[in-house]
Design a protein around this ligand. Structure first.
Ligand code: ACK
Length: 952
């Protein structure tokens, strides 16, 4: 019979009451069961009857509280079970069980036998049913053990007397739940326990509002995976970029991406969108704040996305909403005219009021013109000039015009005939139309061609024929004729060039011939006259016209979408070609398949096999090549993607970029031929030769990669997948950047993971801005370069080891950076850290990286100080105080080898103290980097044993 529990029950609970306090739980925990706040009978089942007993006590607020106790310490063979009712899990895949209990110290109970226990067991059983089989039929195998619970603090009777209570709190979690709920069961094997409270809860990320988006209450994932949650824009906000966040397993929100912005007419105030006040407006969601209405406009109501123009003022369709409302201009000044017989020039002053705009144009209307392009002589025309601007068409008010009447002067239409001799030329012409008035005389002007400035002669006659004498033989003269009437002089009828003959001849030839010649000359002059008659006002024809200035155009030379600036070579993206095959033809040489000899398969690429072989081009020596082929059954898209690598690679020419030899496209399989790199990809190469190179050799490889990347960045090419696996190494240890295909970003990269936005990105190598919003630049390539440095110095170690991608994202966001690998010079780690600057503009450029590495190679003494920290946070001697092999391996982050050690019989810490490198290899620690780490730690353990301390 329970001898001891009566007094503990009273004292335990009395003493414990204040400790329970008001039950306020963190808001990321959702309680599924809380024995303290349960009203009425808990309904838990206990078996056998003399085991667990329910005790009701009053808590500090005098509400009854249910507790269970058992204290059969005097009797052996106890097996007392207590089982809860079904606790529904409400969709949670992982639940937590928090148990508060007190436990009597066996030693404090006088006369208890050795069977007294100081632990109890907790089990669970998943079920869809609310009616479990009776507890007396319980079989242990149906229940899964959560843990054996021991007290951190047990108490003695004295404690109780002194009211110093030792309330223990233990929390355990159960994952991977799928059924409706769980039953918890507590098994007592002979201890003196009081279960003060049992709480079951799951974790959630509570409703959060960030970047104007609401993220719903989210149940955390079952394992450690993050749950991606799409946010919904708050009221009056709209998506700028889809808002997303990740709910972590411990109920915290991580990595916000995207955001909402307040829609037009609203502005952000204290994390919410508020309407613009009257008199203010916000035209675009992209604007941050509401601003005052521009001049001559108003908004009488809230939420204005634009302001309304005052009466008489307007806004043109293309006017920005921030521009003042404007009105049509006033009339221009009255025009002043200058006219000859076929042309009128009008001048006017600008309107006094431009309407508040700078885009005033003029419209000129000419009434009375017979044809649009021609004015008649001696005719009166009425011209009206109107000033217009960008809002004139919106105004209903009548337009204000400035008008003027102009009469053209008379014209002279001249037809010339000629007769020539050695020293004279005879001209004849038709006078103007008699309707234009009587001709008083004609004026003939001539001069020797090319001598105009020196001398010209004016002759007058009433007749319409004249012989000009005294001319030089074989000389060309220029003649013009005009008529004078009562109205004054008309215009010259145009110029005619005639040459005197070289010798005397009877020049009056066949009269018909003479007429033909004259007619053709006359034709030329009429044409000239007509050309003059084309009426021009400000260079425009008559009618309604608008004079406007052509905008200055900046012209650049584009080639397939790329600007080619003189002196710089720019990479041309194959997508800018309408025909991708043309890109291949432009950048890759077609190789006749008969020139290729395939030797062996060396690997598998995304599109097919990679082989090594020989290429012999006519009149060249045979070279060793790598041959990538496109496997049969490809689609046209796959063929294009495959060949895109050749169109890209073919544009590069640099010793640290893999060289394209050519392509085979005319027969199948389609192939890409590149130079052969004897040592294959850098990551495998380094793993194979772990620890075998000097720092200078590693630096040399890194320098090559940086030089190749400098070249690519100068060509404006962004690689996006720079990683040691995409660097190839030749027999001279020259490293070259490879992998340029379009689809490879990053379908064929096993390290690429899908991001929240659907793209595939090699998270561990990629800069945060490229992961978050795909900002891929040469600066993000620099970040990746920093990771490559780390891979090289650590001989192919996986960046961030076994951390999950999401943990990497989180850690980087929180400012963590990879520590220096083993034996890494401080300067190299510093260069890595520079490449991993959060702000991409603060990262070094590839050119600077090359210079830095050159400097280090020239002064190797700078490489002497080693960073020498092999663990994440660089704690001193991580193995200090460990007592088991398991803890030790965990302390140096090598717990993946736990089973290797156990299987090989290393079960105590003492036994590992003398393990050698070769034994490590035998027991399965293959990576030399890991061997080194473990051996160094063993040295540290030995030092601890001897009382000295060695820092790892
Ligand atoms: O690590 P690896 O030996 O180097 O295995 C991969 C495999 O083909 C699939 O990509 C190797 N490889 C690719 N291009 C070349 C090349 N130009 N020279 C030598 N090996 C190459 C790569």
């Amino acid at each position: 019979m329970a001898l001891y529990w009566i007094y503990p029950s009273i004292f335990i609970l009395y003493a414990v009451r204040p400790c329970l306090g008001l039950r306020n739980y963190p808001d990321n925990e959702v309680t599924l069961l809380d024995s303290v706040s349960a009203l009425g009978d808990l309904g838990w089942e206990a078996y056998p009857a003399e085991g667990w007993e329910e005790i009701s006590v009053m808590d500090e607020r005098n509400t009854p509280m249910r507790t269970y106790q058992v204290c059969n310490v005097m009797e052996a063979n106890q097996n007392n079970w207590l089982r809860t009712g079904l606790i529904p899990r409400h969709g949670a895949q992982r639940v937590y069980v928090e148990i508060k209990f007190t436990l009597r110290d066996c030693n404090s109970l006088p006369g208890v036998p050795g069977t007294c226990k100081e632990t109890f067991n907790v089990y669970y059983h998943e079920s869809n049913s609310e009616t479990p089989p009776p507890l007396r039929h319980l079989r242990e195998s149906q229940y899964l053990k959560i843990d054996t619970i021991a007290a951190d603090e047990s108490f003695t009777q004295t404690d109780v007397g002194d009211r110093v209570m030792k309330l223990n709190t233990e929390v355990r979690d159960i994952g991977g739940l799928t059924k409706r709920g769980i039953y918890l069961a507590f098994q007592d094997l002979g201890a003196c326990i009081a279960l003060v409270s049992v709480r079951v809860f799951y974790k959630r990320c509570p409703l959060a509002v960030l970047n104007l988006a609401r993220f719903a209450d989210t149940v955390t994932g079952g394992d450690s995976a993050l749950v991606e949650v799409r946010g919904a824009c708050l009221e009056d906000a709209e998506e700028l970029e889809p808002p997303r966040m990740f709910c972590s397993a411990d109920g915290g929100w991580l990595v916000p991406i995207g955001r909402c912005v307040c829609r037009p007419g609203f502005e952000e105030v204290d994390g919410h969108c508020q309407p613009c006040r009257s008199g203010f407006y916000k035209a675009s969601a992209m604007d941050a704040y509401c601003v005052k209405c521009p001049p001559h406009s108003y908004s009488h109501q809230d939420k204005a996305s634009e302001c309304v123009c005052e009466r008489g003022f307007y806004r043109a369709e293309t006017d920005p909403r921030s521009m003042a409302c404007t009105r049509p201009p006033s009339a221009p000044g009255t025009p002043i005219s200058t006219a000859n017989e076929t042309a009128v020039t009008l001048e006017w002053s600008p309107p006094r009021d431009s309407g508040g705009r700078g885009d005033v144009t003029y419209s000129v209307h000419c009434a009375g013109a017979r044809r649009k392009t021609e004015l008649l002589p001696r005719t009166t025309y009425s011209f009206s000039v109107e000033a217009l601007n960008g809002v004139s068409h919106l105004s209903p008010s009548p337009r204000t015009l400035a008008t003027v009447n102009v009469t053209t002067s008379q014209t002279v239409s001249v037809v010339l005939k000629e007769r020539r001799s050695k020293d004279s030329i005879t001209l004849a012409w038709h006078g103007p139309d008699s309707s234009e008035g009587n001709v008083l005389e004609y004026e003939v002007t001539y001069y020797e061609k090319n001598q105009r400035d020196q001398n010209y002669t004016v002759l007058k006659t009433k007749a319409n024929v004249m012989t000009v004498d005294g001319l030089k033989p074989g000389t060309t003269y220029v003649f013009r004729v005009r008529a004078r009437t009562e109205g004054g002089h008309g215009n010259y009828g145009g110029e005619i060039e005639l040459e005197t003959s070289h010798e005397d001849m009877l020049a009056v030839g066949d009269p018909n011939q003479s007429t033909i010649l004259a007619a053709s000359v006359a034709g030329g002059i009429v044409l000239l006259v007509l050309l003059v008659a084309c009426f021009v006002v400000s260079g425009r024809h008559c009618g309604y016209i608008k004079a406007k200035q052509d905008p200055e155009e900046e012209k650049m030379q584009f080639q397939h979408g790329r600007v080619n600036l003189p002196g710089s070579r720019t990479y041309i993206h194959p997508h800018t070609y309408e025909d991708p095959n043309q890109a291949v033809r432009d950048f890759a040489q077609e190789i006749d398949v008969s020139n290729i000899r395939i030797e062996r398969v060396i690997g598998a690429g995304e599109f097919g096999e990679v082989c090594s072989g020989r290429l012999r081009l006519p009149s060249k020596r045979e070279i060793h090549v790598a041959i990538k082929s496109l496997k049969a059954g490809y689609t046209e898209q796959q063929r294009r993607d495959f060949l895109s690598e050749a169109s890209i690679m073919g544009q590069f020419d640099h010793p640290n970029i893999i060289r394209l030899e050519g392509v085979v496209t005319r027969c199948k399989p389609v192939m890409i031929i590149t130079e052969y790199m004897e040592n294959g990809s850098l990551d495998t190469f380094l793993k194979k030769h772990d620890g075998q190179f000097t720092v200078l050799q590693l630096l040399g490889m890194l320098r090559g990669i940086a030089a190749g990347m400098q070249y690519l960045s100068e060509m404006n090419y962004v690689h996006r997948d720079l990683a040691a696996r995409n660097i190839l190494v030749n027999s001279n240890l020259v490293s070259k950047v490879s992998d340029f295909g379009l689809s490879r970003v990053l379908e064929d990269d096993p390290d690429a993971a899908y991001t929240t936005r659907g793209g595939k990105i090699p998270i561990r190598w990629t800069a945060p801005e490229a992961i978050a919003y795909r900002k891929f630049t040469s600066a993000s390539d620099v970040w990746s370069y920093g990771i490559v440095m780390w891979e090289v110095i650590s001989y192919g170690e996986r960046p961030y080891w076994e951390m999950s991608n999401q943990d990497v994202i989180k850690a980087i966001d929180e400012g963590y950076r990879l520590p220096a690998p083993m034996d890494c010079p401080v300067v190299m780690h510093q260069l890595m850290l520079d490449c991993w600057e959060k702000n991409r503009s603060e990262r070094p450029k590839f050119g600077q990286i090359v210079s830095t590495l050159d400097r280090l190679i020239r002064s190797p003494s700078c490489l002497k100080p080693l960073a020498n920290s092999a663990v994440w946070e660089d704690p001193p001697s991580p193995e200090a105080g460990v007592s088991t092999v398991e803890d030790w391996l965990e302390s140096i982050k090598m717990s993946q080898y736990k089973d290797h050690f156990t299987t090989a019989g290393y079960v105590t810490l003492d036994s590992v103290l003398y393990v050698s490198a070769s034994e490590l290899g035998k027991l399965g620690v293959a990576l030399a980097g890991h061997q080194k780490k473990i051996l160094t730690s063993i040295q540290s353990l030995q030092a601890q044993q001897q009382g000295t301390h060695v820092q790892v």
